[in-house]
Each structure stands twice: as C-alpha cells, then as structure tokens.
Write a protein that binds this ligand. Sequence first.
Ligand SMILES: Cc1cc2nc3c(=O)[nH]c(=O)nc-3n(C[C@H](O)[C@H](O)[C@H](O)COP(=O)(O)OP(=O)(O)OC[C@H]3O[C@@H](n4cnc5c(N)ncnc54)[C@H](O)[C@@H]3O)c2cc1C
Length: 315
Amino acid sequence: MMAMADFKEKLADAVVLLNDEPMARHTTFRIGGPAELYTVARDAKELRIAVTLAQEWVVPYLVLGAGSNVLVGDEGIGGLVINNKGAGGRPLAIGVQGRDEELWVESGMSLARLARETAQAGWEGVEWAVGIPGTVGGGIVFNAGAHGCSVAQVLDRVRVLMPQGRVEEWRAEELGLAYRRSRLSKGDGVAGSAIILEASFRLRRASRESLHQRLEEYEAYRRRTQPHQASAGSVFKNPLGYAAGWLIQEVGLKGYRIGDAQFSPLHANFIVNLGQATAVQVKALMALAQERVLENFGVALEPEIRFLGRGEVGE
Ligand SMILES: Cc1cc2nc3c(=O)[nH]c(=O)nc-3n(C[C@H](O)[C@H](O)[C@H](O)COP(=O)(O)OP(=O)(O)OC[C@H]3O[C@@H](n4cnc5c(N)ncnc54)[C@H](O)[C@@H]3O)c2cc1C
C-alpha cells in the first residue's frame, strides 16, 4: 500500500493523475468501469515517463490509444491506464528512402489525422485509414486496415519501449503483422509488453486532388455502410471465406438486442451501444452469435476487439 502511495506521488509530479476514472469516457463503445489510476500521455515523452515509472515501481499498467478496439469490463481496470492520445501526437521527421518518402510520427497520433495530413502534403499510402477512429499505436498492434490496404503494407519501422526500459527500433517485418493481429496484440512474453512510441511509414508522391477525392469516397462509403452509434467497430474477425456480418445476419441476430447492446441493423458485425449498454450485455451478444454460427455453419467466430478488465492489465 505504501509503495502504491509513493508511486502515485512520484507519477503525479510528472503527469496529471486521476483516481477511479470511468473508462466509459475513454472508449468509443462508451462502456467500461473505473480505472484505478488514469493518466493522459500528451506526447511520446510523457508516454515514456509514465510507462518507465510504472515499470520501475512494478505497478501493472496498460497503454490505451483511442479505446476504439476494446471492451472494458464493468468492474473497471486495476493498476494504471495510460491513455496515449493527448493532442494526438506529432509528425516528427521526414526523410527519403530510395524513391519513397519516410515519415516518422508519434504513436498517439490519430490515424485520421495521419491520413489527412499526408494527403494534404501530396503523399500517398495511408489515406485508407481516414475513417478509422484509432491511434497509430493501436492501429499497428492490430494491423488496422480498410479498403484493401493495411498498416503492414506501409509501415517501415517502429521504436518500442521494452519492459526493461530499453528503447529498441524494430523493422515492420519483426512485428509479425497479419490479419488484425501482430506479436503485440496478445500477451506474447517480452514482446507482449513492448509499447510503441513512434512509427515510420513509407509514402509515395501523388496528386493532392486524387488523394482528396479518395478520402471523400472512403468517408462517404463509411457514412453509408456503418452505424453512427457508439461501438468498437467490427466485433469479430472475418473467418476464412466468410464475412462475419453475413454469418450473424444468417443466424437471425441482425438487429437483435440484449439491454442496450444491439447487433446493428445496418451492419451486423457492429455491436452498438444504444445508451446504457454494459460489457456483460455485449459479451452475452457475442457468445450467442458464436454459439449459433458454430451450430449452423461449423465456423468459430474469433473476437476482433480486445477485452480489458480486472486481472488483465499488465499481462
Ligand atoms: C466506428 C469504428 C470503425 C472502425 N473501423 C475499422 C476499420 O475499418 N479497420 C480496422 O482495422 N479497425 C477499425 N476499427 C477498430 C479500431 O479503430 C482500430 O483497431 C484501431 O486501430 C484501434 O486503435 P486504438 O488507438 O483505438 O487502440 P485501442 O483500442 O486504444 O487499443 C487496442 C489495443 O492496442 C494496445 N495499444 C494501443 N496503443 C498502443 C501502443 N502505443 N503500444 C502498445 N500497445 C498499444 C492497447 O493496449 C489495446 O490492447 C473501427 C472502430 C470503430 C469504433
């Protein structure tokens, strides 16, 4: 207990620290009980300070980006949640590698801002990310993708903070990026606790007009096809040969609700929060879909969202 009080004092000297902060305020699902301790890292420097202090004091910690791919339990999260969004991170440096341009950004930068600012500057490569409400760090962990492209195709290198406090530079190939996963997306020993501080992307020159047009098309497509209520995007990965949304619709669950959690009538692979949904309700819907799809199609639906709750931080 004494150590925790000392840790809080030390951390509060460096960053703004909140106790029992409701995570529903910091997830796109608008679901989640309180984090025992909560801080916002406004840039990569603050992120490094908070993580390093938690490591030194052996306090369980979790780095969260925009909270757009997680379901936080109703009981909340023990230990320290470090919210890496702040002002959205900064572009750091631009260089040239062969015929490609290389752009370094902080991991807390939003994917949408990355897409917009690079398109505005006449660089092609990440415009597909314009409608994804996550950060660069969270996008790398789950190899975010849309419109036939993903992080894996454009990421060059990352700087990661290791559990021992060392900063390492990894090439994208070392991250094991695959469909909505990487070596950081599941507890994977040492690598499981590595935190992405900065990332570099390989971009190409293109006309601003064509990039701008592509951004508009992608945004219009999302407005047409995705629900507007609070959600965490697709809840299940698409199993080989199937669209998860189609499977959920075929087993009669499109539009089905438990409490305020509902399989969206617009896109069945989205669970939306109609107001007061709980994590228990979302999990019950997911379990029901998994059961029915397995029974009817022999296909196991694998969650795309990550569950976070007591006992899961720091694993
Ligand atoms: C409306 C909507 C639409 C979406 N559309 C898409 C889509 O088209 N394609 C797609 O791929 N996804 C989509 N998503 C899901 C989500 O936005 C992406 O997966 C996004 O990349 C997650 O980023 P985040 O910053 O929100 O991560 P979080 O949800 O904050 O975190 C996800 C995981 O990454 C870890 N993490 C976060 N930052 C770091 C870091 N710096 N270092 C180490 N670990 C870290 C967290 O601990 C957590 O385990 C959508 C979500 C919503 C709500």
